[in-house]
Design a protein around this ligand. Structure first.
Ligand SMILES: Cc1cc2nc3c(=O)[nH]c(=O)nc-3n(C[C@H](O)[C@H](O)[C@H](O)COP(=O)(O)OP(=O)(O)OC[C@H]3O[C@@H](n4cnc5c(N)ncnc54)[C@H](O)[C@@H]3O)c2cc1C
Length: 485
């Protein structure tokens, strides 16, 4: 095996080099799409198309030449058939909240919008499953199943606007992943259409099942590069009967990171263990939330289940006994709990206000090395002169290290900081992405973590699904081979 290491000095963000469709191919595709789907589902106006050119990353794509707003699985299949016949790239899209450019059409062509495929088809209490279309908003699924006394755990902080198709394609996580795992742990089966229009089902509706290769698991996290989901069968569990929430305040982030290790080592499994560093707390204060001025770091802790209160009490005692603990505050009722979470969920927006530009990385390290990662992030900020702050799912070792800047001239320094962070993460035994995926933003770093052989194998898998490379081109894989970065 060759070593999966490469050197990063200065890299500059740019859209990947991809083959562009010819004008004749695009014109033919537009005619075919309108013929097969009817003009109302095919947007070709410049302004309409431009709104589908970006997501929540800073990846710059090319405005699509056409946007299909699919209303059924057969619309999806027809679009993928036209794309193949006409040799035009197609980029699937759900809520457009992705952080790595996954839904950004880097080669123009067709954007296949799945937001209108939004039926919650079934909630089956006896079998503990939900059947959904990919455009169902994640928070709407939560509300619907919870009304039935059931629970779907994956909870990306974007849950008011992201959709299940996007969550499945990115294998999204969220604060509750510490106890309940990520999206892949909740997807039992998929209905999927391939480029060319062939459709099939994977997986099962049963609690167990090991028949054949686990193609469902392969498709989850495939970032829209292997197939387009038109339906998903999701696992549910009974809604936890009680939830208890607390804040533990520390004088500094190292103390908070060490407390994470102490809580986990004590054998308690909170459902969330979220960390906010000093700069993030300042942003929260600036957004109008009052936080004890002595606090230089915070853990947001949540325990659920029959013994939630007792569990939280134990965690609170452990946190209070940790060095440099400033206070532990327990939410007394649902309203207080909602207020604590409102602050956490607005973090992304609150920190975005601190500068004109922000990029939020989602690296993961073994949780015993969180303090080292935070220290490395701080020195990277100092060495490159780029402002940084960190918060995230500390229970999983998954931290959002954010870099902030105002002036476009700072961008090369930001790219250098990102490269150094990726390298530090790998040196600490970590992985490049815990939940946002690789997309365009991180493709150039893939070779830091994965061997040439592993990347080649994945490219081979991609070719089996999509021989002409038309489905979501320019994503995941580095340009120009293994050590392109
Ligand atoms: C404020 C904020 C907070 C966030 N917090 C979290 C968090 O806590 N955890 C987390 O994991 N992420 C988080 N994210 C990132 C983002 O919300 C997730 O990656 C989410 O899963 C993307 O869903 P989406 O519907 O917006 O997908 P999109 O951005 O539209 O697409 C994402 C990917 O899915 C593919 N895709 C879309 N639909 C389909 C389909 N039907 N079939 C196949 N492929 C498809 C696209 O091609 C693309 O590659 C956050 C983003 C924001 C803006």
């Amino acid at each position: 095996m060759s070593a999966a290491r490469a050197t990063i000095d200065v890299v500059v963000l740019h859209a990947p080099e991809v083959d562009l469709p010819s004008r004749a191919a695009i014109d033919r595709a537009k005619i075919e799409l309108e013929r097969r789907l009817g003009p109302s589902k095919v947007l070709t106006g410049v302004e309409a198309c431009a709104t589908y050119a970006s997501d929540d990353s800073d990846v710059e794509g090319r405005a699509p030449d056409a946007v299909v707003v699919a209303a059924s699985a057969s619309d999806v299949a027809a679009t993928l058939a036209v794309a193949q016949v006409c040799d035009v790239p197609v980029t699937p899209r759900a809520g457009g909240t992705g952080r790595t450019g996954g839904a950004v059409p880097v080669a123009g062509g067709i954007v296949l919008a799945t937001h209108a495929l939004a039926r919650l088809k079934d909630i089956d209490r006896a079998n503990l499953i939900a059947v959904v279309e990919p455009g169902v908003v994640t928070g709407d699924l939560h509300a619907a199943v919870e009304r039935e006394g059931l629970f779907y755990a994956p909870d990306p902080n974007s849950l008011d606007s992201c959709m299940l198709g996007g969550n499945i394609a990115e294998n999204a996580g969220g604060p509750r992943a510490f106890k309940y795992g990520v999206t892949r742990d909740w997807v039992l089966g998929l209905e999927v259409a391939l480029i060319g229009g062939r459709a099939f089902r994977t997986g099962r509706r049963t609690a167990k099942g090991v028949t054949g290769y686990d193609v469902t698991a392969l498709l989850v996290g495939s970032e829209g590069t292997l197939g387009v989901f038109t339906e998903a069968t999701l696992r549910l569990v009974p809604k936890p009967p009680a939830i208890a929430t607390a804040l533990a305040l520390f004088s500094d982030v190292r103390a908070a990171a060490d407390a994470v290790g102490a809580i986990v080592a004590a054998g308690v499994v909170p459902r969330c263990l979220e960390l906010l560093d000093a700069a993030t707390l300042d942003a929260v204060r600036a957004a109008g939330v009052s936080v004890d001025p002595r606090a230089g770091a915070m853990l947001l802790i949540e325990v659920d289940g029959e013994a939630a209160e007792a569990g939280l009490l134990r965690v609170g005692e452990i946190a209070a006994a940790c060095p440099r603990n400033v206070d532990v505050l327990v939410a007394q009722d649902a309203a207080q709990r909602d207020r604590l979470w409102a602050a956490r969920r607005t973090l992304s927006k609150a920190t975005r206000k601190l500068a004109r530009h922000k990029v939020s990385e989602d690296v993961v390290v073994p949780r015993t090395r969180i303090a080292e990662l935070l220290a490395r992030a701080e020195s990277i900020g100092a060495a490159t002169g780029v402002r940084q702050l960190a918060y995230g799912h500390a229970g999983d070792g998954n931290l959002h290290v954010n870099f902030l800047w105002n002036d476009d001239a700072e961008r090369p320094a930001v790219d250098r900081a990102i490269g150094l962070l990726m390298r530090a993460t790998i040196e600490l035994g970590g992985t490049l992405s815990g939940e946002h995926g690789i997309g365009v933003s991180k493709a150039r770093y893939l070779g830091l973590e994965q061997s040439e052989e592993l990347i080649a194998l994945q490219r081979d898998i991609k070719r089996v699904f999509d021989p002409k490379g038309l489905l979501n081109p320019g994503k995941i894989f580095p340009e120009g081979g293994h050590k392109a970065c």
